[in-house]
Ligand binder design. Sequence first.
Ligand code: GLC
Length: 519
Amino acid sequence: MAPTQPTETTHDLPWWKTAVVYQVYPRSFADADGDGVGDLPGILSKVDHIADLGVDCVWMSPFYESPMRDNGYDVSDHCAIDPVFGTLEDFDALVEALHERGIRLIVDFVPNHVSSDHPWFVEAVSDPDSERRDWFIWADPAPGGGPPFNWTASFTEESAWELDEASGQYYLHLFLPEQPDLNWSNPAVEAAQHDVLRFWLDRGVDGFRIDVINAIGKDPEPRDVPERMEGIAHVVLTHHETAMPLIRRIRALVDPPEVERLVVGEVVTGDLEQQASYCGDGDGVSCTVNFVSIGTKWDRDQWHLLIAGMEDAYADHDATWPSYVLSNHDNPRQRTRYGGSEARARSAAVLLLTVRGTPSLYQGEELGLEDAVIPAGTEVDPGGRDGCRAPIPWTIEAPHGWGEDTWLPFPPDAGARSVEAQRADSTSVLALYKQLLAARKASPALQQGSLELLARTDDVLAYRRIHGDDERIVAVNFGDAPADVTDLAGTVVVASNGLGAGRPFSGRLGPDEAVVLQP
Ligand code: GLC
């Protein structure tokens, strides 16, 4: 593989560029009231875990009032906390506790759809003449009857158009029928959603992660899609040019010049250029959720291609840069995807936290957790994503700091992988994450330096990061045999096996091992 050209960062950095983001999924983080479901007081009780880890920003998944058909991504009141999670006072206390520790908080904003229980939709259905009717997307049946277009929805793979029997019209839902899509071409919808953003800004949040942002601009002339595109209709028919003006106005509202806030866009695409295009000229989203990194296999060439592709795609975007993510609440955890090996999970951590860009960790990744096994018939999520949403084990003894009856089972080896067990072990996965985060904070090269992929012919991916006088070399052995890399020399800053820091590098990497060197 050929090396890439180094890309130098020359501008002053907004805080989020040197930040590491940590995703909290409230249902599964920590349970203060012992009902087996995580809650805001639970998160508050664990802020020191987040602070000790050394991350800079928490992204919290939805905690708003919801009938929970899509675990909170179906919001029935944008400005209320669902009672299962607590109260607005609990939220305020959490903001304060995080800010006291120098940690920022961004929250999920779900603009594309609401719950069918939301008063906006209830009114739109019950009174077709009301102003709310046009807040949603309606169409008459196809000429021969049935759904107006052949689009299928996510999760069900059935029609994305649901009949409202009373009026005889169909409404659009790209996800569940209980998640009707909002009509962002109606300025009243945009204004109402801006009010939601202001509500949370006034409560002190530092920005938003915006759910399926590519879907808010829709083609105003809907049409059938070719058969082979069914099931991904929403990916094909969204990404419409009408999205960008809406996104620019969100960015201007959330991140005006006098403050610095973060707007992360969940852009559902496998196309790196398209991903980067949502950042506009620094006036779109600040950065995106990287759907390609989360799908990249444990394979040296694939990672080389991804990093080179990201460097290319973002080369002309001065105000933004790459972002990387390996695990979240929608996908199997990295350790599970990479085959379950702890050595790989550790090396993946080295990769995620040393490549150029803003990394995002998912709760429990720092413990090397795998997905839970969900017994057949007990599934909760319509999208089959329960495994990665299992509760975090805090203590060695069951029920691991939770009420007896948790909403999902724990991941494998919960006691041994609990926070309590790993805190006591200086070679644990948790200890490795802390070392990596500290090494990143201490090194301008790792935080913001240029990245140059080094040409190699073996199973090792290696890159050099440079900022001013500061330099680091990272080498990751993707192979299942030891690799001799005597051409790479320096002092070990962090090794994925947790050993040897401060000593000269031996020149050899074990299978699935990685190392950060200071030349
Ligand atoms: C996003 C969320 C996912 C949710 C979907 C619909 O992809 O991450 O959890 O189900 O949007 O809101």
